[in-house]
Design a protein around this ligand. Structure first.
Ligand SMILES: NC(=O)c1ccc[n+]([C@@H]2O[C@H](COP(=O)([O-])OP(=O)(O)OC[C@H]3O[C@@H](n4cnc5c(N)ncnc54)[C@H](O)[C@@H]3O)[C@@H](O)[C@H]2O)c1
Length: 338
């Protein structure tokens, strides 16, 4: 039986997830949509036979025909919808961020903990990327020995006008923050942010690139170069250095061309191209877990921890100092490591 999914927010990624649920994945269909931009939601609904258009997110969550919900509206609106899903006992897949503030994430963690079961999955899709998964297998399998440090880079070719300087950490580096917690199965203990010479392509007021240094609880050091004016493409890099070897994401997911004394390969144009399969795998895993009566993947705790590390990173950028990450005690509901 197919799961009827309601989608709140039909912008860029909302429409991507609707396309996946409707045409790529198995076991689910889009049963309802809504958006504050109702015209846009109406247009999307028109292309989906049998899909109901709801006037608000609250009405969509309350619809008895909606089995589970995907939240792809703007970050500050996530909390309201995720809390409504928890109150209704419905599984919810929430795009990152779970919520943009520590307090909002705490309210979600508290509500889910009170419900006594996991109802929330957060969209950190890199955990479903084939290369990152292979990297984690090498790290956890002990092949390179004890991990000591990681070099990472998150390079955007450019960013739209609405992109603010805080988003270099909140929107870009947040993925590397989640990867670090997941790869090493531990929390980030402290953040330092260094500001090299600023690119002449950066908007006024931006420090771009940034070097974000994450320290895990056991002392693994992760350096993340985050830049949003790389120009040449969307370039995601990662290399873990262990006592006995290293593991790195490969240079290209496609082919390498050798000709005329040179070799070349494609750099993805943007996050959609680089992570298209990861988004598919992530949402399929959620659909399968919902069909089995539960959820999977990044939890509300992971969403909370990522937001707190981002807030700490922004504090570190402003202070120029090493800032400790202060997390509340992890409820037993989230006892499985990240
Ligand atoms: N995992 C990823 O790599 C990834 C990539 C892109 C976006 N995202 C996240 O997905 C979310 C949406 O991003 P986007 O790029 O699709 O943005 P977008 O602006 O293209 O779309 C957001 C949509 O939400 C709607 N909306 C805003 N407030 C609403 C509300 N209160 N109720 C209902 N609808 C509302 C807007 O009208 C818009 O149609 C953001 O949280 C973003 O961080 C994650």
């Amino acid at each position: 039986m197919s799961i009827n999914v309601g989608v709140i927010g039909v912008g860029a990624i909302g429409q991507g997830h609707i396309r996946r649920l409707s045409h790529v994945l198995s076991g689910a269909r889009v049963g309802a949509v809504t958006d504050v931009d109702l015209d846009r939601a109406g247009e999307v609904a028109r292309d989906l036979p049998g899909t109901v258009l709801h006037p608000t997110g609250a009405a969509l969550v309350a619809d008895p025909g909606v089995d589970a919900v995907v939240v792809t509206s703007w970050g500050p609106t996530h909390e309201e919808y995720v809390l409504a899903c928890i109150a209704a006992g419905k599984q919810v897949f929430c795009e990152k961020p779970l919520a943009p503030t520590r307090e909002a994430c705490e309210r979600i963690v508290e509500a889910e903990t009170a419900a006594g079961r996991r109802l929330v999955m957060v969209g950190f899709m890199r955990r479903f990327d084939a290369q990152y998964r292979a990297m984690k297998d090498v790290v956890t399998g002990g092949e390179i020995g004890l991990p000591l440090l990681m070099h990472a880079a998150h390079r955007n070719p450019s960013v739209p006008d609405f992109f603010t300087s805080d988003m270099i950490i909140n929107d870009s580096a947040v993925h590397d923050i989640d990867v670090a917690r997941w790869l090493f199965d531990e929390e980030i203990a402290a953040v330092t942010v260094l500001t090299p010479r600023t690119s002449r392509k950066a908007k006024a007021g931006f420090h771009d690139p940034l070097l974000v240094l994450l320290e895990t609880g056991s002392g693994v050091l992760v350096d993340v170069e985050a830049s949003v004016n790389a120009g040449f493409g969307y370039d995601i890099r990662g290399e873990v250095v262990g006592e006995d070897g290293t593991v790195e994401l490969s240079e290209s997911a496609g082919v390498v061309v050798k000709r005329a004394g040179a070799y070349s390969g494609r750099v993805p144009a943007d996050w959609r191209e680089r992570f298209v399969r990861a988004f598919d795998a992530e949402l399929q895993a959620w659909v399968d877990a919902v069909a089995a009566g539960g959820t999977t993947g990044p939890s509300a705790w992971d969403g909370y921890a990522a937001t707190v590390v981002c807030e700490t990173g922004l504090a570190a950028l402003r202070s120029g100092a090493r800032e400790p990450v202060v997390l509340r005690e992890r409820p037993d509901l989230y006892e499985v490591a990240p």
